[in-house]
Unconditional design. Structure first.
Length: 564
């Protein structure tokens, strides 16, 4: 393939991957139907030692679709999923789409106020969850206090048979559920013959499949609209990249990442189904459990985030167990430290590859070819069908030459259709010629390799999750003794980055301790937003126009780290 400067990455593509590969799109639920036709008796899911075949999964999805339609789900109806890594998520996700509805993902990490905002903003009237103490009471408390009208509540172990209490409750204990007109069981949802009404789809590019909430490049949660075409195009991109090394109907994927995250949704579920793979579901990450699962069940594919690979590289079992079944390990969600990449690859005997993407790109953006030599700091080449260019940071039109830093902009069939009910935010995020402004600062070298070096905004990336200083600051400002606060991200060896708050107290207020502040913020912030550090100041730095200056605080922390 020839290239010009605009498509400089073409000459760096491996022979097995074509940038102009045909990227077929269609209804997302059809991916499962096709897998059930091809691999009916192959296991689709392994959960707590119990296997579910593709035939069984497809039947349960049809019954879920029928039950959801009886609740009124169809085109234009948004159904929330507040679920962990269990068979319920697979059944619910594909069931909602097969019924003609739209999935809205909810994170158990979110604070109650964020959950309530998303319910109202997304127009979610029906929510599917489990009877876990960490899930059901939170959604049950929003019935009657939000527009939420119907809960469907499952049991964690209802698809895995008898298991030990320790194995059955990796996410905490179950709690009693009060069933009434507004709360029904997951089992009752499936209690039908599965004869759902097929919903014709005129154009997958115009049909909304998932509302995936993100702050985009600001701290206000917005629903990125991912169409059926976005999701199936991203799935086709993954197949174009990985199809040469992964064999349909033969792979075993270790799924530890939470499915409400776009990376896990696409790689661990949608692409696993497209591949006819067997997904080994784990509701939470535990390094020893993961390593023994790879060893015992000959796992071939393990997608994770840097914090997971940091934990695995440090675990003694990584060097002693047999991990040679691994064909592919991929890190996403946050930058991967080079030393972790090298150490894990050496210990596991499997190259740890890195890519870049975001919610608005349906997780795909760049990839590192399997036969490419590591390029420290690079997140790879543009995936098939995607064009990446580096735009001037001052917003002027055009593209910067190789090596110059600017804002990473991207276009392709996997790019979000925009933000739900936010045409202003959509317009702000897009260039005039249809490229998404990612908010990432980076550059592209002469050979088309992309390097991400910073953020144009103040977002903090904690273990792959977007954390916004404004959200944390607003919660801290509720403390009666706080006069001013500024939050920045600081380096963290485990999370990549973590929030630190700089606080000026009101006159004559007692000294505020860090533990006291943490207790105050419980319930006001999600787990991923928790502070790692706090510093009291008599004054906070300001810009020339009088605004608090996070930039100065970031510089101070960098200087402090350099001296240390």
């Amino acid at each position: 393939m020839g290239s010009d400067r605009q498509f400089s990455w073409l000459d760096s593509y491996p022979e097995s991957v074509r940038w102009d590969a045909r990227l077929a799109t269609g209804p997302v639920a059809e991916l499962l139907a096709e897998a059930a036709r091809q691999f009916a008796d192959r296991p689709a899911i392994d959960f707590l030692g119990h296997k579910m075949t593709y035939r069984q999964l497809d039947d349960l999805v049809s019954r879920a679709a029928c039950g959801l339609q009886q609740l009124g789900v169809g085109p234009g109806v948004h159904v929330g999923l507040f679920l962990p890594n269990s068979p319920h998520y697979f059944i619910s996700f594909f069931g909602v789409l097969r019924a003609g509805g739209t999935v809205v993902n909810y994170s158990p990490l979110d604070a109650e106020r964020t959950l309530a905002h998303k319910i109202e903003d997304s127009e979610t009237d029906i929510m599917l969850t489990l009877d876990l103490a960490s899930l059901y009471p939170r959604m049950g408390g929003l019935l009657g206090k939000s527009r939420l009208k119907q809960l469907v509540v499952g049991r964690l172990t209802e698809f895995c048979g008898p298991v030990s209490e320790e194995a059955a409750t990796p996410l905490g204990p179950s709690v009693p559920v009060v069933y009434d007109s507004s709360t029904r069981s997951f089992a009752s949802l499936l209690d039908n013959d599965g004869r759902y009404r097929a919903q014709p789809m005129a154009d997958p590019a115009d049909s909304l499949a998932v509302l995936q909430y993100t702050g985009g490049t600001t701290g206000v949660p917005k629903g990125a609209m991912l169409t059926h075409a976005n999701i199936t195009a991203a799935c086709a991109q993954l197949q174009a990249i990985l199809g040469g090394s992964l064999v349909s109907g033969s792979e075993r994927v270790l799924a530890v990442l939470p499915p409400f995250h776009i990376y896990a949704l696409m790689v661990n579920m949608v692409y696993s189904v497209r591949l006819g793979a067997e997904a080994y579901l784990h509701p939470r990450f535990d390094a020893e459990t993961v390593l023994r699962e790879i060893h015992d069940n000959r796992i071939t594919t393990f997608p994770g985030v840097p914090t997971m690979f940091i934990g695995l590289a440090a675990h003694p079992l990584t060097a002693t167990l047999d991990l040679t079944s691994l064909k592919l390990c991929n890190s996403g969600g946050a930058p991967l430290p080079l030393e972790v990449q090298q150490r894990y690859s050496e210990m596991a005997g499997c190259a740890l590859r890195e890519g870049w993407g975001m919610t608005e790109t349906t997780t795909t953006g760049t990839f590192t070819p399997s036969d490419a030599a590591p390029r420290p700091g690079s997140c790879g080449l543009p995936v098939p069908g995607v064009i990446i260019r580096i735009a001037p940071l001052d917003g002027s039109p055009g593209s910067l030459p190789p090596g110059e830093r600017g804002e990473v902009c991207i276009a392709g069939p996997n790019i979000t259709a925009g933000y739900w009910k936010r045409p202003d935010a959509t317009a702000e995020a897009m260039t005039e010629d249809g490229f998404l402004r990612t908010g990432d600062v980076g550059y592209m070298d002469e050979e088309g390799w992309v390097y991400i070096v910073d953020r144009t905004k103040d977002m903090i990336l904690c273990s792959g999750y977007n954390v916004y200083p404004r959200v944390i600051e607003e919660a801290i400002y509720e403390h009666p003794d706080v006069e001013e606060v500024a939050v920045i991200g600081i380096d963290d060896p485990w999370r990549g980055q973590a929030p630190k708050a700089f606080i000026k107290l009101r006159a004559q207020a007692p000294v505020l301790g860090f533990e006291e502040l943490q207790r105050f913020l419980e319930g006001r912030l999600g787990k991923h937003e928790r502070l790692a550090a706090m510093e009291l100041r008599t004054e906070l730095p300001r810009t020339p126009v009088g605004k608090l200056s996070r930039k100065d605080l970031v510089e101070e922390e960098r200087n402090r780290a350099a001296i240390a």
